[in-house]
Design a protein around this ligand. Sequence first.
Ligand code: ZN
Length: 182
Amino acid sequence: MTEWTQVLAAADAAARWHVADRRKGQAKEPYINHLIEVAHLVGQATAGGDPALVSAAFLHDAIEDQGVPAQEIARLFGADVAALVVEVTDDKSLEKAERKRLQVLNAPKKSARAALLKLADKTSNLRAVAASPAEGWPAERRLAYVAWAREVVAGLKHDNAWLAAEFVHAADAAEAKIRAEA
Ligand code: ZN
């Protein structure tokens, strides 16, 4: 497989694995929209130079949300892609609050590539908080979510100024929108 056909294979697998999945926001977008956005962000951030990272972006929620085994991702897409997905996967056996605490604690331990993937994921999530907030989330809860995302991102070690700026822009815009509506 060429590199770009492997990226398309990852997009295809992601579309199938998340076929019944919707985003939490009131627009109830297909989940694949989020995966494409994250893949696009890491692709832009690396100027197309890291196709395995783009594949991992398509697959980054497959273990956590769809229970796809890491071994299956390794078999289909190789050990490098699988390792990246594992690096950004939370332990779902833990309580939500504990998972969120661990994301802050573990952010500085991520490899630079996994850090970029997490940064892209958080950027996409904050854009969604502004564009299509989850139903029933009061302003306070949405602001707390933005603050937590900023905390996770502050710990990530990478050298991508462009994606860092995209994140800050998304976080600032989300806060401004929430405050304007409150
Ligand atoms: Zn995600």
